[in-house]
Design a protein around this ligand. Structure first.
Ligand code: UGA
Length: 433
C-alpha cells in the first residue's frame, strides 16, 4: 500500500514513521522546505523518545519513508492520503481554524489520478470530513475516492508506543469498501488484538473530542477535589487511589496538579464547547472544566507568593518547563504560565528543563536558564516542581537545602514524600495535601 501523509507536525510525522515501520511505502509532505530538509537529514523537529531511530531506519535503510514539499507529486500514486495538518484555535470563541484542511482538500482534488481514500487524521470538528468530501467533489467524481475519519490518540512523550500498541483504532467510514481498506491498513495491529471500532464518520469525529474532553474533565474534577482536600486536611493522592481502584472510575488521569496544558486538551475542550454552542446543545459541564483550568495557574501563583512571602526582587526556581515530561513542547505549559505571572510580580525566575529550554527561551527571554536543577535552585527562596521529569524525582535535596532556613518547595506534581522533605527542613507544599 502506498501512503501519503500531508502535514509533518506531531500526528503526521509519528504516523508516517510508524506506518513505515508497519512496512508501507510512505511519503510525508510539508510545504515548509526547511522542515523537509531537516527531516531528510533524519532530524526530527521536536523531541520524542524513539522517533529519530525509526526515522533514520526507514529513511536510510529500508527506504520506505520519504519526504516531499509537493502535494501534487506525492498524491498521484497514493492508495491512502492522510490529512494531518494543524487545526489551531481561532482567536475568537476557541473555534478550530480549518483553513489548512480546506486548502489541502482542494489541492488533493486537483491532483489525484486514481481511486484512493482521503482520511482526516487531524483533530477536526464533526462535519469536517464530509465537508472535505464536498470540496473534493468539485473537481472529481464520487467513484474516484472515499473519505474516512481516523482520529489519533497519541500522547506526546509516548507517541511511538501509543501508535504501535493503541487501546483502540477508530475508523469512521461511509461504505464497506473503505472500511475494508482501513482494516487492511491496521492489520499489523491484529497481533496485539487491538480493537478496531468502525463507526459513522460523525461518530468517529465526536469520539476524538469526547475522549480528550472527558480526560480533561477528570483532571479538572480531581484538581477541584484537591483544593477541597487542602482546606480540610485530606490527602488527594489517597483520595484518588481510593476512587480509582473502582473499575468504573479508573485510576488514570486522576493526578492532581497545576491543570492540563499542551497542544490538545485546552484547544480541543474549547472547540468541543464551540461545536455544542453551534448546535444549541448544553455542554456547560465542559465550560466549567475549561474555566477552572484557565484560572488555576493564577491561583497557584498567588498561593506561591503568599505562602512563601515572596517579595519583588526575590528569586524563584521552576524545575520543568515542558507541559509534561519526555517532550520539549511548551505549548500551553502551566510552568511557563506560572513563570510569567511571577515575573510580572517582579520575581526573578530561574529554571532548568532537560529538553524544553531552547523552546522556552525563544518566547520567554525573562527566564534565567541554568545547566542543571542544582544551579537553578541556588540563591532561591522558592523551588517549584512544575513538570514531573524522572530526573526531578530523585534529586539530592540535601545539596539544595544547604542549611537555608525556610526554603519553600511547591511540589505541584506531588512527586516527593512531604514528611521526608519537612524532616530535611523544607517548607513543603504539595497539591491537595
Ligand atoms: C492528549 C491525549 O492523552 C491523547 O490521547 C491525544 O491523542 C492527544 O492529547 C491529542 O489529542 O493529540 P497529550 O496532550 O500529549 O495527549 O498529553 P496527556 O498525557 O494527555 O496530558 C495532557 C495534560 O494533562 C498535561 O498537561 C498533563 O500534565 C495533564 N495531566 C494528565 C494531569 O494534570 N493529570 C493527569 O492525571 C494526567
Amino acid at each position: 500500500m502506498n501512503l501519503t501523509i500531508i502535514g509533518t507536525g506531531y500526528v503526521g510525522l509519528i504516523s508516517g514513521v510508524c506506518f513505515a515501520e508497519f512496512g508501507y511505502q510512505t511519503v510525508c509532505v510539508d510545504k515548509d522546505q526547511n522542515r523537509i530538509d531537516e527531516l531528510n537529514q533524519s532530524k526530527c523537529p521536536f523531541y520524542e523518545p524513539g522517533i529519530e531511530d525509526l526515522l533514520n531506519k526507514h529513511l536510510n535503510k529500508t527506504k520506505l519513508l520519504s519526504f516531499s514539499n509537493s502535494v501534487a507529486q506525492s498524491v498521484e500514486n497514493a492508495d491512502i492520503i492522510f490529512i494531518t495538518v494543524g487545526t489551531p484555535s481561532k482567536r475568537i470563541e476557541g473555534e478550530a481554524d480549518l483553513s489548512f484542511v480546506w486548502d489541502v482538500a482542494k489541492e488533493i482534488s486537483e491532483n489525484i489520478k486514481k481511486y484512493c481514500l482521503i482520511v482526516t487524521k487531524s483533530t477536526v470538528p464533526v462535519g469536517t470530513t464530509k465537508q472535505v468530501k464536498k470540496i473534493i467533489l468539485e473537481n472529481i467524481n464520487e467513484n474516484s475516492f472515499d473519505v474516512v475519519s481516523n482520529p489519533e490518540f497519541l500522547r506526546e512523550g509516548s507517541a511511538v508506543n501509543d501508535f504501535m500498541r493503541p487501546d483502540r483504532v477508530v475508523i469512521g467510514c461511509e461504505n464497506q469498501n473503505s472500511e475494508n481498506i482501513m482494516r487492511e491498513l491496521y492489520r499489523p495491529l491484529n497481533l496485539n488484538e487491538t480493537p478496531i471500532i468502525s463507526t459513522s464518520i460523525e461518530s468517529s469525529e465526536i469520539i476524538k473530542y469526547a475522549s480528550n474532553s472527558f480526560l480533561a474533565t477528570k483532571i479538572s474534577f480531581i484538581n477541584q477535589v484537591s483544593d477541597l482536600c487542602e482546606k480540610v486536611g485530606a490527602n488527594i493522592q489517597d483520595v484518588a487511589k481510593g476512587m480509582g481502584i473502582d473499575k468504573r472510575i479508573g485510576s488514570k488521569f486522576l493526578h492532581a496538579g497545576p491543570g492540563y496544558g499542551g497542544s490538545c486538551f485546552p484547544k480541543d475542550v474549547k472547540a468541543f464547547i464551540n461545536t455544542a454552542n453551534n448546535h444549541n446543545v448544553d455542554l456547560s459541564i465542559l465550560s466549567a472544566v475549561d474555566k477552572f483550568n484557565d484560572g488555576r495557574v493564577d491561583k497557584i501563583a498567588d498561593k506561591i507568593m503568599s505562602k512563601a512571602k515572596l517579595r519583588t526582587g526575590e528569586t524563584a526556581s521552576i524545575l520543568g518547563l515542558s507541559f509534561k515530561p519526555n517532550t520539549d513542547d511548551i505549548r500551553d505549559s502551566t510552568s511557563i504560565k506560572i513563570a510569567k505571572i511571577l515575573n510580572q510580580k517582579g520575581i526573578k525566575v530561574k529554571s532548568y528543563d532537560p529538553e524544553a529550554m531552547s523552546n522556552a527561551k525563544k518566547e520567554n527571554p525573562f527566564l534565567v536558564l541554568c545547566d542543571d536543577a542544582y544551579i537553578a535552585c541556588e540563591e532561591s527562596k522558592v523551588i517549584i516542581i512544575g513538570t514531573e521529569w524522572n530526573e526531578f524525582r530523585a534529586l539530592d535535596l540535601k545539596k539544595i537545602i544547604n542549611n537555608k532556613n525556610n526554603l519553600c518547595i511547591f511540589d505541584l506534581r506531588n512527586i516527593y514524600n512531604p514528611k521526608e522533605l519537612k524532616q530535611l527542613g523544607f517548607d513543603y507544599f504539595g497539591t491537595g495535601t
